[in-house]
Design a protein around this ligand. Sequence first.
Ligand SMILES: Cc1ncc(COP(=O)(O)O)c(C=O)c1O
Length: 419
Amino acid sequence: MSQENKYRRHFPLFDHQPALVYLNSSAVNPLPRFSIEKLTQLLGQTVLLENRDNAFLSQKINQMIEITRRKILNFFSANEKLWFVFFTAGTTDWVNRLALLMLTDFFKEEDKVLVGQNDHQSVVYPFVWLSQLAKASKPKMRVWVRFYLNAENGLIDSRNFLSLVDSRTRLVILSLVNNSFGVINDLKWLINQTKIKINNSQEKLPLFCIDINQAVLRTKIDLESIGGDCYFFSGEKLLGLGGVGVVIVRKDRLKTLPVIFSGSGGGFEFSNNELSIKNLWQAQEVGTKNVLGIVSLLFGLEFIEKIGLETIIKKNYHLRDYFLAKLRQVKFLTLINEDTFVDSQRVGIFTLTLNERISLSDLGLFLKKNQILVRLDDLCQARPDKNSFLRVSLNFYNDFEDIDRFFEVFTNFFEKVGG
Ligand SMILES: Cc1ncc(COP(=O)(O)O)c(C=O)c1O
């Protein structure tokens, strides 16, 4: 076994599918053996419920949930005194809650939300949809949803962004790494520029909410230095299960955020026919938790610790460089932003445009026959491009052989169809 593929053996998926070339980590990662074994053990030992019995079965689960919170903060080197972690049902769930803020007095009339026009559907559509629903009813929504643009190289167009932002901007959704372009946005600079433009007046600053789904494991993330107020991602991006999400929020900013959902779990108190918030933190996690999802993150993080985050990130950058070098040797595939990007400002996520004559369904079948798994559709972009494209996303369990195989199969395909 070569030095480069020593991580593949940690993922049982590849024992079952030895020939699989898995190039879709941007969508979901396979679970490590370590996590599968720990989760299976836990499932046989207890019931997955926190806080709801006379403390002998749920106690262990409660502890594990608290350890997961701490491990997440640790993973991002975030100070427990300043930051708080809570769990959601995933990114989509959280962003819909942010969108519902448009119905509360968090926003004043004529305030704005800024979203990226080329970002993932789940961070854009909830705002657009709620505006549409409100438009159809009365009273009308008085919050404006505005789209900022990506430049040709995929990075946020800072000129355009800064021209939109002003003291009426209450909420800004930004992606650290764009899910189709793979570029790393300099959010620290952008947030700083925004603050300068709005004169640094704290009460006028928007809430900066940052999507880090495609950044975790691929690049170092320093929450404090970037300057965001809230960072979010879904479990499947950090070697956990899907259907669970993480929000890391500055404690002082959480206090200013209205709570949207209510339900059981200790967050609320009912008296005189009215509900009030009893515990702000618990109010963000109402209902029965997705314990399996939460602890899958705990085990995923333990596994990452064993390998070392720096080692993982370094491996991911090696894979990126190797892929780019191979790509530049072929003529039949082009990177969506080939002419304008800087290699060091991107991660191993590549969207490739295909010759118009290529039938996506033929290509899909050919790739399937050769056990190459990539993403082949609209990539969940808020405004999908009309050209056909394909996304390759790499992660540390991939190896150079995966990349070689991808190009070999593509060369065969193009020779066949004469592309
Ligand atoms: C950048 C980005 N944001 C948001 C999401 C949505 O996450 P979920 O479907 O888990 O809610 C994804 C999922 O692939 C993503 O890549």
